[in-house]
Structure formats: structure tokens, C-alpha cells
Design a protein around this ligand. Structure first.
Ligand code: UD1
Ligand code: PEP
Length: 428
């Protein structure tokens, strides 16, 4: 096990290239199960979620080949092997195996998913969708058993706007008989990316990216080649860093329209941002204004950038209020930021940040992926050395982090944990 060490307090400058989107990758890879010939996905990020999904596809008989950032999956010999335990528990997106295996094999056994601990993360809307398509579902000892004699198209209204449920229902519905209509669907760019892959595989999908998606089921799907969209959350993380300590940071391979809510907030704080077709240039001023943010479903401010943005707000003059309407308990990073001298209180679903303060280096622990992002941003803003443990969370979503940060002029490195630190981590 390792920790991340950061020598903070130095400005960042230069170009950073964004990798393919984690939240697309983790749906595109299970989607390959639905094809009957090889599918190639280009531009995959080098993250542990992708590695784990590759292993899971191999467990069910898939032949997977990875070269550089490209993965080819031959799904022709896959079988509906039960996956009640093991690696499915290591990531959130293993729930997509339910939709994809139900679509292809009409049966699946998948353990309840893991992923970031952000408070309760139910999957009732996924289940409701599968049941509407004709599946019988039971939950036995922490695993979901799904079975259908046949899947039939249905009209499904989501009670909660859910990225995962929208994609999962799409995955099963492309192989159902007849038309499925998903109402109150999520509109995130990753949903369009998955619909694009499925369409290239022969599926008939209209309306992805709007709140009504229509799917006409087909009898079979074939292989294809697909290039993943850039990771808007990784891009946003580097934009926040650029705003905090950048002296001219160019973020390359980004779709600026995916980040309009963040760009608007950064401009409101006084950050200078110029955006081109697939690049964004960020120049952080020395004085930042306090702003309030409220996380919302896309195109609102993403919850996945709330924690990194909080680190930036410690530098803003005045009082900022951050409210998370998606995950009301997504505040495990706050205690750690306080250890670095941040002045923040949490009241219900909101964090109130008073600034500006100069952060100090400290030993901190990432409790989840974006808490980790908040902490490496804070470490780079801080004076002195910061040590971040909990790297397994950060490795789920930040491709080549050390190389990318050092490429911008940071001094960041990974170091093995001492025996004493390992013991301490086990007991906390
Ligand atoms: C792998 C992946 O893509 N993860 C993202 C996905 O997670 P995930 O797909 O899990 O998030 P959802 O969009 O489903 O969740 C949104 C809200 O709906 C609630 N809900 C969801 C499903 C359900 O059946 N019932 C229910 O009540 C959740 O508790 C949450 O409050 O979208 C989240 C919200 O943008 C992001 O933070 C995650 O990075
Ligand atoms: C919450 C996240 O991921 P997951 O849903 O995969 O846990 C995230 O990417 O910030």
C-alpha cells in the first residue's frame, strides 16, 4: 500500500491531457457483453475500475485484450456465470452487469455494488426498471438474482433522476421485444456515450441526453469500434487546480460544454477562463471571491466536483455555502481539510467555508474518490508537505495522476506505507 506525498505551495503551469471518462468506461465495458462479436473501446483511462471490470468480463468467459488505452472484448463465449461476491463489491458500476447480462442471457446473479460511500445509494429504480421489462428479481444474502422468460418493452417513469438506472435500463431494453420508454431519464453526457456505443452495435435508441429515451428492442447486436468521451470530472478537477494555484494551465481533450456550470462558477469567483473546441485555459488570480454552489443533476453543478471545489473555496475571500442535493452526506473530506487549517462547518446538507486561509500540509486520509481529489488539491495549495492515504480510492478515477501533476510542475510522489502506518490505517 502506498501514500501520496505532496510538496505544496508552488504554482502549476503547462498542459495536461484529460483521459477517457470513468463513468462512461464503466458502462461501456459491461455493454460489450450484449454484442455477439468483438467490440473495441478506444481512449480508456488507466484506472482501477477499468482493470476490475476487465477481470469480471474474463470471469464470465470474455476474451479481453488491452493495448495502451484500447480494449477489445470478444464476448462470443461469455456465459451468465453468477458473480455474487468478490470483485463486484469493489466498484459501483458492477451494477451494469445486471442490465447487460439480463439483456443478453435473460438471467444474472450479481452482488450488490460497492463504490464511494456517500451515504445511502439504493438501486430501487434499476430494479423497478428491470421488473417493468418482465424480470423476476430477488435479493438473497447481498446478491441480486435476475431472471426473465422474455424481456418486453415497457414505459418506465424514474421516480429519481438516476444515471445508473437510466443506463442499466437501456442496457436491458435494447434486447427486449418492442418499445421501451424511459421517462424522467438522466441527461449526463455519459448516457449519450453509452447510447452511441449501443447504436453502433445495432441498437435503436432515440432521445439519449433528453429526459425521455425511446428504445426499440432488436434481436442481436454486433461488434464495433467506439471512442470514449473525455472525463469531465477529471477535466474539472484540473480546472479547479488551475484556478487555485495555476499560472496558466491548459486542459486538453475536454468538451467545454460538459463543464458549463463549473466554468460559470469559476468566472464568478474571478478566474480567467478561455475555452476553445477541445481545450480550456485557466489562469488563477491571487484574489478569489466566495461563491455558493448547489449540486444538481446534469447540466447543473456535478456532485462529483463538489468536494474538489470545496478545497478551492478555502482560498476565496468571504463565506461560501456548498449544498449537495444529490448526496447530502458527501462531506467526509471536511474533517481532513480542517486538519489542514480550513475553516469549514457542516450544517445538514451544506458546508460553510470561511476564507481566505492558508492551508498547511498534514497527514490526511481519502475516504472516497473525490474526497481524495479535494485532498490532493488542498495539498498542492498548502505550505509544506501533505501525505494522503486511501490511494485505492483515488486510483479508481484519476489516470496517471502523479505524472500529470508533475508534468504541470508539481512535486508529487508515491511512497510505500510504513508498518506503523499500515497498523494505524487498519485501526481507523
Ligand atoms: C459509476 C457512475 O456513473 N457513478 C456516478 C453516478 O452514480 P449513480 O448512478 O450511483 O448515481 P445516481 O444518478 O443513480 O444517483 C442519484 C441520486 O438518486 C438516488 N437513487 C439512485 C438510484 C436508485 O435506484 N435510487 C435512488 O434513490 C441516489 O441515492 C442519489 O441520491 O451518478 C452520480 C450522480 O451524478 C455520480 O456521483 C457518480 O459518480
Ligand atoms: C461517486 C463516484 O463514483 P462511483 O459512483 O463509481 O462510486 C465518483 O466518480 O465521484
Amino acid at each position: 500500500m502506498e501514500k501520496l506525498k505532496i510538496a505544496g505551495g508552488y504554482p502549476l503551469k503547462g498542459t495536461v491531457r484529460v483521459s477517457g471518462a470513468k463513468n462512461s468506461a464503466v458502462a461501456l465495458i459491461p455493454a460489450t457483453i450484449l454484442a455477439e462479436s468483438p467490440v473495441t473501446i478506444e481512449g480508456l483511462p488507466d484506472i482501477s475500475d477499468v482493470e476490475i471490470l476487465k477481470d469480471l468480463l474474463e470471469e464470465i468467459g470474455g476474451k479481453v485484450n488491452i493495448t495502451d488505452d484500447e480494449m477489445t472484448v470478444d464476448p462470443s463465449r461469455m456465459i451468465s456465470m453468477p458473480l455474487p461476491n468478490g470483485k463486484v463489491k469493489m466498484l459501483r458500476a458492477s451494477y451494469y452487469l445486471m442490465g447487460a447480462m439480463l439483456g443478453r442471457f435473460k438471467k444474472a446473479v450479481i452482488g450488490l455494488p460497492g463504490g464511494c460511500h456517500l451515504g445511502p445509494r439504493p438501486i430501487d429504480q434499476h430494479i423497478k426498471g428491470f421488473e417493468a421489462l418482465g424480470a423476476q428479481i430477488t435479493n438473497e444474502q447481498g446478491a441480486i438474482y435476475l431472471r426473465a422468460d422474455e424481456l418486453r418493452g415497457a414505459r418506465i417513469y424514474l421516480d429519481v433522476v438516476s444515471v445508473g438506472a437510466t443506463i442499466n435500463i437501456m442496457l436491458a431494453a435494447v434486447r427486449a421485444k418492442g418499445r421501451t420508454i424511459i421517462e424522467n431519464a438522466a441527461k449526463e453526457p455519459e448516457i449519450i456515450d453509452v447510447a452511441t456505443l449501443l447504436t453502433n452495435m445495432g441498437a435503436k435508441i432515440k432521445g439519449a441526453g433528453t429526459d425521455v429515451i425511446r428504445i426499440d428492442g432488436v434481436d442481436s447486436l454486433h461488434g464495433c469500434r467506439h471512442t470514449i468521451i473525455p472525463d469531465r470530472i477529471e477535466a474539472g478537477t484540473y480546472m479547479i487546480l488551475g484556478a487555485a494555484i495555476g499560472e496558466g494551465v491548459l486542459i486538453d481533450n475536454v468538451i467545454p460544454q460538459h463543464l458549463e456550470s463549473l466554468i460559470a462558477k469559476l468566472r464568478e469567483m474571478g478566474v480567467n477562463i478561455e475555452s476553445g473546441d477541445d481545450q480550456v485555459f485557466v489562469n488563477g488570480p491571487s484574489n478569489l471571491k466566495a461563491v455558493d454552489i448547489k449540486t444538481l443533476v446534469y447540466p447543473g453543478f456535478p456532485t462529483d466536483l463538489q468536494q474538489p471545489f470545496t478545497a478551492l473555496l478555502t482560498k476565496a475571500a468571504g463565506s461560501s455555502v456548498v449544498t449537495d442535493t444529490i448526496y447530502g452526506a458527501r462531506f467526509k473530506h471536511i474533517d481532513e481539510l480542517r486538519r489542514m487549517n480550513a475553516n469549514i462547518k457542516v450544517e445538514g446538507r451544506s458546508a460553510i467555508i470561511s476564507g481566505p486561509v492558508q492551508l498547511h500540509g498534514a497527514k490526511v486520509k481519502a475516504s472516497d474518490l473525490r474526497a481524495g481529489a479535494a485532498l490532493f488539491i488542498a495539498g498542492l495549495m498548502a505550505e509544506g508537505i501533505t501525505e494522503v492515504t486511501g490511494l485505492d480510492h483515488i486510483d479508481r478515477g484519476y489516470s496517471n495522476l502523479v505524472e500529470k501533476l508533475n508534468g504541470l510542475g508539481a512535486t508529487v510522489w508515491r511512497e510505500a506505507l510504513t508498518q506503523e502506518e499500515l497498523e494505524h490505517l487498519k485501526n481507523t
